[in-house]
Design a protein around this ligand. Structure first.
Ligand SMILES: Nc1ncnc2c1ncn2[C@@H]1O[C@H](COP(=O)(O)OP(=O)(O)OP(=O)(O)O)[C@@H](O)[C@H]1O
Ligand SMILES: [Mg+2]
Length: 367
């Protein structure tokens, strides 16, 4: 079958920008043709964070859904114009949406992604696949992470055992053993960049800690690190997934209290940043080491944090650590590929990752 063109749109938990990719896909390949990162308006980011903090009305929820739908449409339009591509050449757009809340456990599990797909299809004329996660949750799954199915697809030709670690707002791991007949393993290892971003925004008014420079100026506070690593999430068996509902400012304040100090009276601000970076590095390397893979491929924004990468390497000296090809685009490529899977009505191999009772066709089509 000939290759078809798909667009993937991803706006992750970091709220740092909207990633848009154009891919050519067939049953055995997914080739990145072009990509762009469309800026997340400052006001929209701040309104979303306020909503996640719980101060919101139903009217605001509806408005954010609309505003995100417009933003995603603009992001797609920017890519089409820059590349001089006719919308009619695109088979479909896969739009993940912006996660506002993700609680896959409990009596009424759900995962909420906003960004009205009706707006995207109405304005671009391209069919849109969205609402990917809820079918998996309906089947008892975590509804996340989904990247492992795509990692299995694109890295299937690697001739060694490999862990793929995506370091976004949260971090997730995929384990690809040499014997690919084994069950696919993947889960969220915990927080990635989200607490580092939150702490530096609060104390240095920067949106992120470039290359981990501020963290590097501090010292690890091992009492605080131990308190954080003692959190139940890190010892929980997979399937598991997490989000901002758990790893947020309140969680860090609780850890600082457990450490036995009011915020920063005994621990310097840069020491907290350094300790948060160590938390991300340690919670990732602990999981990679469990599977004894020869190689770890890093992707996501955290793979650009050179000090974080240095710490991950130092914590697992016997594992070859490298940055994955298309490290910035893999998450958005995942949703271009998931749109391909939905358009072709193919089930996605995720049940062993998410814990769902079965593999399913994921996503709803808007056309
Ligand atoms: N040069 C850099 N130095 C340090 N951190 C960086 C650098 N570049 C990016 N980052 C971090 O990466 C984050 C963005 O990563 P990414 O876009 O992968 O996360 P995301 O949007 O949450 O995605 P997802 O949730 O889908 O994995 C930024 O918020 C920042 O913390
Ligand atoms: Mg991002």
């Amino acid at each position: 079958m000939s290759k078809e063109r798909y667009i993937g749109i991803m706006s992750g938990t970091s709220l740092d920008g909207v990633d848009v990719v154009l891919c050519e896909i067939d049953s055995s390949t997914c080739t990145l043709i072009s990509s762009l990162e469309y800026p997340m308006p400052r006001e929209l980011k701040s309104d979303i964070l306020t909503m996640i903090d719980g101060k919101t009305t139903l009217e605001q929820v509806g408005q954010i859904d609309h505003r995100l739908g417009v933003l995603f449409t603009q992001a797609v339009g920017a890519l089409l114009i820059r590349e001089n591509i006719d919308a009619s050449s695109i088979t479909a757009i896969g739009s993940h949406g912006q996660t506002l809340w993700h609680t896959p456990n409990g009596e009424y599990p759900f995962s909420m992604q906003l960004g009205d797909a009706n707006i995207i299809t109405a304005k671009t004329g391209i069919p849109v696949v969205a609402d990917f996660r809820r079918r998996d949750i309906a089947l008892g799954g975590q509804g996340a992470p989904f990247a492992p199915a795509f990692h299995e697809f694109i890295f299937s030709n690697i001739n060694t055992s490999v862990s793929i670690v995506n370091i976004g707002g949260m971090a997730n791991i995929t384990v690809l053993a040499k014997n690919m007949n084994e069950k696919l393993i993947g889960y969220d290892t915990g927080c990635g960049n989200v607490l580092l971003d939150m702490w530096i925004a609060k104390h240095q008014n920067e949106s992120y800690d470039k290359d981990g420079a501020w963290a590097k100026s501090g010292e690890v506070d091992y009492t605080l690190l131990d308190a954080m690593m003692a959190d139940d999430y890190f010892s929980l068996d997979y399937p598991k997934s997490t989000g901002r509902e758990k790893f947020n400012e309140a969680w860090l304040n609780d850890m600082l209290t457990r450490r036995g100090s009011s915020v920063c009276s005994l621990v310097l601000e840069q020491d907290v940043q350094r300790t948060l970076l160590e938390l991300t590095a340690l919670s990732i390397s602990n999981e990679v080491l469990k599977f004894n893979t020869d190689v770890a491929l890093l992707c996501g924004g955290g793979a650009k944090n050179s000090f974080l990468v240095e710490r991950i390497k130092a914590l697992m000296p016997n594992v070859e650590v490298a940055i994955a090809q298309n490290a910035d685009e893999i998450e958005a490529m995942t949703f271009a590929w998931l749109a391909y899977k939905r358009i072709h009505k193919e089930v996605v191999n995720l049940k062993d990752v998410t814990g769902a009772s079965d593999n399913a066709v994921l996503g709803a089509v808007y056309e």
